[in-house]
Design a protein around this ligand. Structure first.
Ligand code: PRP
Length: 219
């Protein structure tokens, strides 16, 4: 019999990876090695199931998957939209739910309604561009930032921001509100396009097992 090859998973570091591994445990996929918090190892192997896992920065997950360095990835929908890589998005994992929104002080609502040439600060320039240019047909100036986006309208860098809202507490504590919703977000499973063909059986089995867990948790 032909030796089974390893299926490699790229997981976005942090909360998403933790939730993903919890979900994988429910379908019998474990990786004990990965639970050691002090380890500096980058890659973890489950020899029995011929699986490999590695953690990377969220925005790098679609890159690893597009190039086939990972067969499968788990990453937020925000990152998938922003990176625009060629891959298959196969499953909504139902956790990490939040929204991509246009936010600002209440007063900025008027500027949005009148299609004024406003400045939009964001960590997601492609999502913001697509929303304003293709959906709203509104010309804006997009300013790329790398974090703490809520600061921008407070210190006068921009009129609004395009950012993730989860509980809404960051906005509330800084006197900002949601002005428009761009799209809902959650963690998604993505698959390399060639792997989907070459490892079709193993990957579709994984997807259907996860779907069963999702159904059970919903009911
Ligand atoms: C995210 C996002 C908001 C905040 C929203 O930032 O950019 O700032 O969480 O969450 P809330 O609605 O529950 O307050 P993150 O903590 O990831 O860090 P960042 O600001 O460095 O991007």
């Amino acid at each position: 019999m032909e030796e089974m090859r390893y299926l490699t998973f790229a997981l976005g570091k942090g909360r998403l990876a933790k939730k993903t591994l919890e979900m994988f445990e429910q379908i019998g996929i474990t990786c004990e090695e990965m639970k050691d918090k002090d380890t500096r190892k980058l890659i973890f192997v489950n020899e029995e199931l011929k699986l490999r896992f590695f953690l990377s920065k969220g925005p790098d997950v679609p890159t690893y998957v597009e190039y086939g360095a990972a067969d499968i990835g788990v990453v937020g929908k925000d990152t998938i939209l922003e990176e625009g890589r060629n891959l298959y998005e196969v499953l909504d994992l139902g956790f990490g739910k939040c929204r991509m929104c246009i936010c600002g002080p209440e007063s900025a609502g008027e500027l949005l309604r009148h299609h004024e040439l406003i400045r939009v600060a964001t960590k997601y320039p492609n999502i913001a561009k697509n929303y304003f240019y293709n959906k709203k047909h509104q010309t804006v100036e997009i300013i790329k930032l790398n974090g703490s986006i809520e600061l921008a309208p407070i210190v006068g860098l921009s009129e609004v921001i395009c950012d993730i809202v989860e509980t809404g507490s960051t906005l509330r504590e800084n006197g900002l509100v949601v002005l428009e919703e761009v799209c809902p977000l959650s963690a998604r499973m993505v698959v390399n396009q060639v792997s989907m063909k070459m490892e079709h059986e193993r990957i579709t089995k994984l997807i259907s097992d996860l779907k069963t867990v999702l159904k059970d948790t919903q009911s």
